[in-house]
Design a protein around this ligand. Structure first.
Ligand SMILES: [Zn+2]
Length: 84
């Protein structure tokens, strides 16, 4: 079932938004940048730095706060299980 006419939600923060492009997945450029930075590095501090460099200082401050309260993620298991 596809709910047409319903506002999509940002893939990163879950905020309902009105996309200007059909394929838009994020409510804002800040969320898009942060999403990719976090997905790639699993690192809020890194994401906040990327945001700050891109000019999103408010979002960067928010992520800096998250980095302060987020416990470090566990290391990836050394045994790889992605061989099919
Ligand atoms: Zn968002």
């Amino acid at each position: 079932m596809v709910a047409t006419g319903e506002a999509p939600r940002c893939q990163r923060c879950g905020t309902a938004f009105n996309p200007s492009r059909r394929w838009q997945r994020f409510c804002s450029p800040a969320c898009r940048i942060a999403f990719h930075a976090e997905a790639r590095h699993r690192d809020f501090a890194y994401a906040s730095r990327v945001l700050a460099e891109a000019g999103f200082t408010d979002a960067a401050e928010f992520l800096t706060h998250q980095a302060a309260v987020t416990v470090p993620l566990p290391k990836a298991p050394s045994g790889r299980s992605d061989s099919a």
